[in-house]
Design a protein around this ligand. Structure first.
Ligand code: GSH
Length: 217
């Protein structure tokens, strides 16, 4: 069976989609409206969480965007996009991979929820601005690291750049990027210029409501 990915435009499923495209893999893509939990209720039979991505490869079923990219490197030995455990920068590579969602994408989730997903009376402008600021504060380490490098690890593009790059890209969609440093803006531009990113980022764009949402400022 071919690999299969459920995807919504501009959401975290962009991470594994971008990774599969960079690796030249063959896959089946199922496009969904966002949020599928509300707009495509039968998706809950596939993924009871209602979130994207959802990824299937044989008996493997996964819901975590950065973990799926990591799985592709390890399962298919695609170390041209990843680092082996014996590499001196392996710890740093894993740290960026986990940092990408646990630290750098969760604030967007809170901001998006309390700016647009909740009903008018449940919206919380203070949560939106607090978590926007929180996110910018958490970019300090990336800023220092990327100011004298093109990519995060091993002086080459890896899935760590996909994982972190998506957090920065989502930040741009929701309006946080006006406070990005020069080094981070240049890094994001470098990632967005990649042909694989440009190919997948437009998938579902025409029907999407999840684009250019300026939540902040
Ligand atoms: N930690 C998961 C989070 C998945 C997630 O929350 N995805 C969002 C889109 S970016 C979603 O599907 N939200 C819809 C919902 O919560 O109903 C990952 O890294 O993939």
């Amino acid at each position: 069976m071919r690999m299969k990915l459920w995807h919504c435009h501009n959401t975290r499923s962009l991470r594994p989609l971008w990774a599969m495209e960079e690796m030249g893999m063959t896959y089946e893509l199922v496009e969904l409206p966002f949020p599928p939990r509300v707009l495509q209720k039968d998706y809950l039979r596939v993924n009871p969480l209602g979130t994207v991505p959802y990824f299937v490869d044989g008996d493997t079923h996964m819901t975590e965007s950065s973990a799926i990219a990591h799985y592709l490197v390890e399962r298919y030995q695609r170390y041209d996009f990843g680092l082996k455990a014996s590499h001196p920068e392996f710890g740093a590579y894993l740290n960026w991979m986990y940092h990408s969602d646990a630290t750098l994408t969760f604030p967007h989730t809170i901001a998006i929820r309390y700016a647009i997903m909740e009903s008018e009376e449940r919206r919380l402008p203070q949560a939106v601005s607090d978590y926007g600021r929180w996110f910018i504060g958490r970019l300090k380490r990336l800023d220092r690291h990327i100011s004298d490098r093109k990519y995060l690890c091993d002086q080459r593009f890896t899935i760590a750049d996909i994982a972190i790059g998506y957090a920065l890209y989502l930040g741009e969609i929701v309006g946080f990027s006006k406070d990005y440093s020069t080094a981070i803006l240049a890094y994001l531009d470098r990632l967005k210029a990649r042909p694989a990113f440009q190919k997948v980022v437009v998938i579902g764009e025409a029907e999407s409501t999840f684009k250019n949402i300026s939540l902040w400022g």
